[in-house]
Design a protein. Structure first.
Length: 360
């Protein structure tokens, strides 16, 4: 069974505290390496990373030296670092390594030693690979039961909200809002066609880096749609590129959080689909504007928008705001809201009226 990053982060330290090795398996580009680096940073440890797919057994055990009448092996530099001070020893692409390399790592995972040399007592071992639930889609080896038994193994399947939360403030706003409104374009889930380019969580960050460096997003973005499309096509594939180009073309007409809270322009959402309302609700909640007390005008503007929301989007906004407001909505109103039908207007009006009376 898969685990998302939020739950992985909750439990991984319990494993590392007892110096057991952790293996993270999952699809490409979902942030496996990133979460390992974040784990190391949280524990105040540097990372020593090695791509096992690029190594031979000689890269593991080092070179022979003669001492007196016998030969011994001088460990490689990465092992000496993990031996001399506490680090996170990160073995990437473990299931793309040769059998001989994997057998060497076998001893490290099992005994924290290799060829007579021991790791530092506080060095931790983590690995990442593409096998597991999605292994059939990748050119990876199957790890046998004895090999897996040396690791604490987690198949990671991050949620879309994992990416949205992580990317907020790290990518251009238009990129964040596009993905939030078009979540099917974040990454491809299914059977991959050979040689076809698909978007991934990683490729969105790479695409964003090119957009930012090239100063392609801003006042004159509409004049650069051709460049933006061709960049997106290379990073994300045809379908996502077309959708992103069209989103940028119409971006100025998108309703912002400020349009709702400050200007009270909820009428601009007339004709919105449920998906569009849900995306706007997400923007409102994630913006942080509602994490502090709203002014009377802001709360009234939000209440006016809430009244016209379809039930599903209203419930999302209701749940999000109920966690932020100092005065909860009365229980009987909560019950009414959760039982409301698709029009939901009368119940929405009751809740909106209550909220507007609680503004500061």
């Amino acid at each position: 069974m898969a685990i998302d990053f939020k739950n992985f982060n909750m439990i991984v330290d319990f494993i590392l505290d007892v110096k057991k090795p952790v293996m993270v398996r999952g699809r490409h580009g979902i942030g496996k390496s990133e979460v390992i680096y974040q784990t190391a940073a949280r524990r105040g440890l540097p990372v020593v990373e090695r791509r096992l797919s690029q190594m031979t057994e000689g890269d593991l055990i080092g070179l022979p030296v003669v001492e007196g009448n016998s030969t011994t092996w001088n460990p490689p530099d990465w092992f000496k670092m993990a031996q001399n001070k506490p680090v996170v020893l990160f073995f990437d692409e473990l299931d793309r390594a040769t059998l001989e390399v994997r057998q060497g790592v076998f001893q490290l995972a099992d005994s924290r030693a290799l060829n007579g040399h021991k790791l530092h007592d506080d060095t931790l071992i983590m690995s990442a690979c593409n096998g597991g639930m999605h292994g059939a889609q990748y050119q990876v080896a199957s790890l046998d039961p004895a090999e897996l038994d040396r690791w604490t193994v987690y198949d990671v399947e991050p949620t879309i909200d994992d990416w949205m939360t992580y990317a907020d403030g790290k990518v251009e706003r238009v990129v964040w809002e596009f993905v939030n409104s078009n979540r099917n374009h974040l990454e491809f889930i299914g059977e991959f066609e050979p040689n076809k380019k698909y978007p991934s969580r990683r490729s969105w960050f790479r695409f964003n880096e090119a957009l930012t460096k090239g100063k392609l997003i801003g006042e004159n973005a509409k004049d650069k749609l051709g460049v933006i499309y061709h960049l997106a096509d290379g990073f994300l594939g045809f379908e996502a590129a077309v959708a992103f180009r069209d989103f940028v073309k119409n971006y100025e007409s998108q309703v912002s959080v400020e349009d709702i809270l400050d200007k009270g322009q909820h009428s601009r959402t007339k004709g919105y689909t449920l998906a569009e309302h849900t995306a706007l609700v997400d923007k409102i909640l994630i913006s942080g504007r509602c994490d502090k007390a709203l002014k009377a005008k802001e709360m009234q503007n939000l209440a006016d928008y809430f009244i016209d929301l379809p039930a599903e989007a209203a419930l999302k906004l209701f749940d999000g705001l109920s966690k932020r407001l100092s005065s909860p909505v009365p229980a009987n109103t909560i019950k009414m809201h959760k039982m409301t039908s698709s029009d939901g207007r009368s119940c929405n009006e009751k809740i909106a009226s209550f909220w507007s009376g609680k503004s500061n």
